[in-house]
Write a protein that binds this ligand. Structure first.
Ligand SMILES: Cc1ncc(COP(=O)(O)O)c(C=O)c1O
Length: 360
């Protein structure tokens, strides 16, 4: 039996994609081998990676003057790569701090000698808010402005794209990657791990504007150098081949379900239904200011935390797994990424309603 998996990541994947991967696992495209066993330099895999990139470009609407890189090391690897590629030691970089993941990006830049300027800091609200548009000023000499469109742990999502004027905007899209239509031209760099909306762990997808490829520090290791990686079609070394293959399948699935406009509508509707259920009850609470509520990660607490364990055990028994909240927030967290069907959200709401009725 398939459960509804509300994990924050690695996360539930679309069933048709898993079925296709399973069906062709032992004999991929008539090769007599699985995709896990073929050379990344062979023509079949090179075509597979090119197809994944082309599909990503179509789905996300990536303009020609941007490169799409498939890299190992996850989003955390990019926390390191971003300063190495964009800011000399001592140079200024601007940051918006909306929670745990913003802080990790900041910490890594500071570790590399970047002069960190935090232009907006939401710690005073315990990270339940995003700054108002126009409420912060980005230094004109900043090498970039970094922000986290969706904070996976706090469940806080920007309802707008920050304006950085001529400063390149760098965004960690890990937990909201391709969850809705996106205007790539607003960004200098878009990056994120694939393991929530776009596939298995082990793959970071980096979209970088070409003019930013000439700003790397001279001593950046080749593996972290975006220009080197772009020149090698992301295959300087052996890439995470299975993750790239699965990314391709997922992108085709997104296209077959109507692309990002339709995906965004479904995600908005799923989130609205769950927030409506939480708000209609005195038993469940979501702490995030309404305008900054995430469509992807929805934390909620029970009025009586002594019931948390029972709530989770009952949910597990009902096939609703991984609802335990992050240890820093407590309570519950429902991650409802692209692959979470409407029925999964309905099942969760029904379970919550029944739990409240019998236990409140
Ligand atoms: C917003 C955000 N950024 C970065 C990361 C780190 O990603 P990775 O584990 O791929 O390095 C995560 C992981 O959950 C995340 O949610």
């Amino acid at each position: 039996m398939r459960v509804y998996n509300f994990s924050a990541g690695p996360a539930q994947l679309p069933l048709p994609v898993l079925k296709q991967a399973a069906a062709e696992l032992t004999d991929w495209q008539g090769s007599g081998m699985s995709v896990l066993e073929v050379s990344h330099r062979g023509k079949d895999f090179v075509a597979c990676a090119a197809d994944a990139e082309a599909a990503f470009r179509r789905v996300a609407g990536v303009p020609d003057n941007y490169r799409v890189l498939f890299l190992a090391g996850g989003a955390t690897g990019q926390f390191s790569a971003i300063p190495m590629n964009l800011a000399a030691p001592g140079a200024t970089a601007a940051f918006i701090n909306t929670g745990q993941w913003s802080k990790k990006a900041i910490k890594e830049a500071a570790r590399q000698g970047v002069n960190v300027v935090t232009v907006a800091d939401e710690s005073a609200s315990s990270y339940t808010t995003t700054p108002e548009p126009g409420s912060f000023t980005v230094p004109a000499d900043a090498a970039y402005l970094h922000y986290t469109p969706n904070e996976t742990i706090g469940g806080v999502e920007f309802p707008y794209v920050p304006d950085a004027d001529d400063v390149p905007l760098v965004a960690d899209f890990s937990s909201t990657y391709l969850s809705r239509a996106i205007d790539v031209e607003r960004f200098g760099v878009i990056y994120g791990g694939a393991q929530k909306n776009l596939g298995p762990a082990g793959l970071a997808i980096v979209v970088v504007r070409e003019d930013l490829l000439d700003r790397a520090r001279p001593d950046v290791p080749a593996i972290w150098d975006w220009k080197v990686m772009a020149g090698a079609d992301s295959m300087l070394n052996t890439p995470p081949t299975f993750s790239i293959y699965l990314l391709g399948l997922i992108l085709h699935w997104i296209e077959s379900t109507g692309g990002l406009e339709a995906m965004g509508e479904r995600n908005r509707a799923k989130a609205e239904r769950l927030y409506a259920a939480i708000d209609a009850s005195d038993f469940y609470t979501n702490p995030v200011e309404p305008r900054s509520r995430s469509w992807m990660n929805i934390p909620f607490t029970l009025a009586d935390p002594a019931l948390d364990a029972d709530f989770l055990a009952g949910a597990d028994a009902a096939g609703l797994t991984n609802l335990k909240g992050h240890r820093s927030v407590g309570g519950m967290r429902a991650s409802i990424y692209n692959a979470m069907p409407d029925d999964g959200v309905t099942a969760l709401i029904d379970y919550m309603t029944e739990f409240e009725r019998t236990r409140a």
